[in-house]
Design a protein around this ligand. Structure first.
Ligand code: ADP
Ligand code: MG
Length: 285
């Protein structure tokens, strides 16, 4: 791996896992914005892209490198690591190999990174479960719909009461147990809404009510996330985030960008990450 000699700012590397079992809910977009926010503050951040099929986050960074080269920009540039699929052996052997590869990579990255961000694929896999078990902070972005809530729990269609937990919540529950047994660690699970729309106030309110109920039952922290904004889709080909607009005079800020940036700052504050100082943001505003 490209061993950069970096000065760590926090003594114990913090692992952030971004996951849910659904594609297109905003995992890679959220990951990218969190990574750049942390790097802007001078933290060393390594990315593990576990979505070996789509590699969206790795592509995001590739686009970022190309865009910075083409326009002669100085942009923060995280290292991305990909764990390729293991295709040979019995399932038990494959699991052992995955476990070994994954823990070796984590150990190597811990030595040089304040934060490790792991972007998970939108489906259950052995690697994804290992990642969840290693999380200090787990972030689950949900699109603003009952289809997404269904990942967490079955909800009564008439009363909107939570009836039973679903597969993903059970997986996180098991990850929490495994983590507690391994090193007595805990996982701070955060559910954030993504793509909230001001056009459907009734749905927005219902989703809010159900998540408020669910957070006690499943033990996650429900925090506001990002609104539906075209800008998030436009940034990917350039590899940029809204956080970069500060230092990048080339990109013009619109009112929608300013609002989006506030959403990102609010999320970063709500994550309550070690070393993250809210006051720095307040002073910069
Ligand atoms: N808040 C948002 N507003 C508008 N588009 C969004 C938003 N968040 C994500 N997207 C877009 O939705 C698509 C899926 O997002 P992505 O982050 O790749 O999801 P995942 O990693 O969960 O599959 C991408 O095209 C992305 O640009
Ligand atoms: Mg993705």
């Amino acid at each position: 791996m490209g061993q950069k000699i970096l000065q760590k700012k926090i003594s114990k590397t913090h692992i952030i896992v971004v996951g849910n079992e659904k594609g297109g809910s905003g995992k890679s977009t959220s990951s990218m914005h969190i990574v750049v926010s942390l790097m802007e503050r001078g933290y060393s951040v390594a990315i593990i892209d576990l979505d070996a099929r789509q590699k969206s986050l790795a592509r995001y960074i590739e686009n970022r490198k190309n865009y910075a080269d083409q326009h002669n920009l100085k942009l923060t540039m995280p290292d991305v690591y990909i764990l390729e699929s293991i295709t040979h052996g019995t399932s038990e052997e494959m699991e052992q190999q995955y476990e070994k590869k994954f823990s070796t990579l984590l150990d190597n990255l811990r030595a040089i990174s304040d934060y490790i961000i792991i972007d998970c694929p939108g489906s259950d896999s052995y690697l994804s479960r290992l990642a969840h078990q290693s999380a200090d902070t787990l972030i689950t972005p949900l699109n603003d719909s009952f289809v997404d809530i269904d990942l967490l729990a079955k909800v009564n269609p008439d009363t909107y009461k939570v009836e039973k937990l679903s597969l993903y919540s059970e997986m996180v529950w098991n990850a929490r147990k495994a983590r507690a047994m391994k090193d007595r660690g805990t996982i701070d699970w955060i559910v954030m809404r993504n793509r909230t729309s001001s056009l459907d106030a009734k749905n927005t309110r219902r989703v809010h009510e159900v998540l408020t109920q669910l957070q006690k039952r499943v033990a996650f922290r429900y925090v506001p996330g990002f609104g539906e904004r075209v800008i998030y889709r436009e940034l990917f080909p350039k590899g940029l985030t809204l956080v970069d607009f500060n230092n990048n005079k080339k990109e013009k800020m619109t009112l929608s960008h300013v609002a989006a940036r506030q959403e990102i700052r609010r999320l970063m504050d709500e994550l309550k990450l070690p070393g993250w100082n809210k006051a720095v943001v307040a002073a910069a505003e």
